[in-house]
Design a protein around this ligand. Structure first.
Ligand SMILES: [Zn+2]
Length: 300
């Protein structure tokens, strides 16, 4: 194999990408693992600052994390525990157990994560846990499988969650439609009828009308996205492909739960705001069409 062919097949990561984006359980080639100093023993692992979710109440979002000390790497493979801490609050830590191998060039190398605490990936929002209800144990088993690179297992767990929570997912969507678009009787009837289907995929297929804009993910119906991921045949797929589909399933499910919660929340806030204005003014001020038009004319 030529050098060119090798570089085409092997994806090279940065150390930052390795910590942030690579789940445990995979050999990962990294470009700049070490700084070679003047002395043979001086092979310090390059540990850049990384962006992670900090769950401390002072942060509660993506923050920069910094390694707490330096680590020396001798030639050949070695095991490490690497500790990172949130630079903003100084409280939240992230710990990695990994194996590192420095190549002969004493610059590039190979990394392998045994595990990390807190676990790989973004935290599961409380809204998602609510939507999952009694299926949350399967969901967390799916997360664990996904983190360990067990694609088929992760997919199977997430599929089980969606199938078993079909009624809850539909109920929540119905609740949202009733709040944001209550006059859309056709869609509401369709959703109620779909809920009676035994399979999630069959239920989604029976829906012909568009769901509210606020629930769309990047312009797509989340139910259709879940349907597409679920009906992709597991048997013909490799473990890695199943892992990708499983991750997509989780991301769509999480996003849908957040959108439902936000839409219901916004609707409630909007109602409060409207009623406050009405109470303060005694009655709503009505801006006539003519007044609006004349304002537009003046600005032109
Ligand atoms: Zn923090």
């Amino acid at each position: 194999m030529t050098e060119e062919e090798t570089s085409q097949e092997v994806k090279i990561y940065s150390v930052k990408e390795f910590f942030e984006d690579v789940p445990p359980g995979r050999d990962t080639h990294v470009a700049e693992l070490s700084e070679t100093g003047l002395y043979v023993s001086d092979n310090t692992i390059i540990l850049p600052e990384i962006s992670l979710h900090c769950s401390d109440s002072a942060c509660n979002g993506i923050r920069l994390f910094k390694a707490t000390k330096n680590y020396e790497l001798s030639k050949g493979g070695q095991n490490f525990f690497i500790y990172y801490k949130c630079k903003n609050c100084g409280k939240t830590s992230k710990n990695y157990a990994l194996w590192a191998y420095l190549n002969d060039d004493r610059k590039s190398g190979l990394l392998y994560k045994y595990g990390e605490v807190p676990e790989f990936g973004p935290p599961t929002p409380a809204k998602v846990v609510t939507l999952l209800g009694s299926e949350k144990d399967y969901y967390f088993k799916g997360r664990r499988s996904e983190n360990q690179g067990l694609g088929i297992a992760a997919f199977a767990y997430y599929r089980r969650v969606v199938e078993n929570q079909k009624n809850k997912i539909f109920d929540e969507i119905i609740r949202t439609v009733k709040k944001v678009d209550p006059s859309n009787k056709t869609l509401l009837e369709e959703l109620e009828a779909a809920k009676k289907e035994t399979q999630f995929t069959k239920a989604v297929e029976s829906i012909k009308h568009a769901i509210p804009q606020a629930l769309l993910i990047d312009g797509h119906n989340p139910l259709t996205l879940l349907h597409a991921a679920l009906s992709d045949g597991l048997h013909a797929r490799t473990d890695d492909e199943c892992l990708e589909i499983a991750t997509s399933l989780r991301v769509v499910l999480t996003d849908l739960a957040k959108r439902i919660a936000n839409t219901l929340n916004d609707t409630a806030k909007l109602k409060t705001a409207v009623s406050r204005i009405l109470q303060r003014n005694g009655q709503p001020k009505v801006f006539s069409k003519a007044r609006v038009d004349s304002t537009q004319d003046a600005s032109n």
